[in-house]
Design a protein around this ligand. Sequence first.
Ligand SMILES: Cc1cc2nc3c(=O)[nH]c(=O)nc-3n(C[C@H](O)[C@H](O)[C@H](O)COP(=O)(O)O)c2cc1C
Length: 452
Amino acid sequence: MDVTAIVLAAGHGERLGADKALVDLGGTTAIERACAHLRDAGVEDVVIVRRAGALPLPATAGAARVDCDTGAMAESLRAAIRSRGPSLAPRALVFPVDYAMVRADTLRAILAVQAPVVLPRCRGQVGHPIALAREVLAEIDTPGTQTLRDVIRRDPARVAVADVEDGWTLRDLDTQADLLAARGALANAIPATELLARHRSRRAYRDEPVGDAQLRWLVDSARRSSTSSFIQACSIVAVRDPARRARISALCSDQDHIRQAPVFLAIVADLRRIARACERHKKRVNADTLEIFVEATIDAAVVGQSLCLAAESEGLGACMIGAARNHPRELAALLDLPRHAYVVFGMTIGWPADDPELRERLPLDAVLHMERYDDARTDPALDAADASLRAWSRRVNARMAPGAKRIDETRGWSDRMAFLFGGDRPHKGRQNLAPELREMGFSLDAPPKPPA
Ligand SMILES: Cc1cc2nc3c(=O)[nH]c(=O)nc-3n(C[C@H](O)[C@H](O)[C@H](O)COP(=O)(O)O)c2cc1C
């Protein structure tokens, strides 16, 4: 392929606290990874730009190295152009090593677009690496041109985009959190079906951050889930502040993992936007039906599960927090939720530090019926679920530290369910749910309470 790749690896890596080219990404350095992807994409001519005095690169990177003084992007490009001279290929791919996670098929897609400037575009945002015709790249050496951005913006008519799915075109490796995210994604790149089979709620987390870029990417993925009648009635409030998480924990049965996780997410059923849409069209929102409440709640649950799976796909662990419904009004006030919005459940997310015993689910035959529901399967399902929960309790107890509180191994699933839901006792901790939801704008088909 008639392309010279210019891999920019001259930065100081100050925010990362390490030489970006040499950080480990799934068993290889970032620079080796970038070079391997370039090779897989058919790019053989590779120039790596380093700062003078920077550490040597692994020999396997198999590319020419050229040094520059400061490591600024424009200076790096000038150094690469000079080093190649007339042998620079007709097109260049400017590939900052911060984007070493970008896949080979993405590089191929960028190079497949023929235009003087080609930017990868993912989910509406443009990212890196960027392909440029040799003459366009040479403009970096003209007076008055400070940055590559100046070159790209000079003439919008010569810019084309390559639409790609690869989110790593937007996610650079700038901080430790970004590095953790990249490593997590590499270690967990497995099919969704396998991820689901491996699912465990995680309730202890390492003292390591989940960065904003990763959080935004995960929520951006989850918010694309199906949505009833396109109502898009889910919002998410992310809470990092430790003092606020401590207050949330106090409202959620004092669950310690809410204090311990780096971030708590409130998954909100949110009719505020629909109420506002009605106002704009001179109508009052009818949020009083059970149906709209259920629709908004389902929307939130669907997004929440997608988010959990997305997080697990990058090696994060999560635990949903239904106790967020213990004090719906107080939690809504803490989060400044508007009327017609409530937290359906919360979610703690972080890098898991525990290794909980996997909990088997009801047998498949109890859940999947063909053509008609077969109630004859109910009792065998209960027997299987009882035996499975007892076996789980035995496994958990066998792994427990001496002196720790043991689980009752005699209790099966059916007696747990009978304990939780048998009799007239209101669901523990949720006595006020319906009256509080009514005060928050969901009257659940009951006539609204007249104002006091
Ligand atoms: C909507 C919802 C709310 C939950 N609430 C809590 C909670 O408040 N605290 C908690 O520790 N786990 C909570 N969980 C996690 C369940 O306890 C867990 O999914 C279940 O026991 C099965 O275990 P597993 O997820 O490890 O397979 C919740 C799960 C869901 C789906």
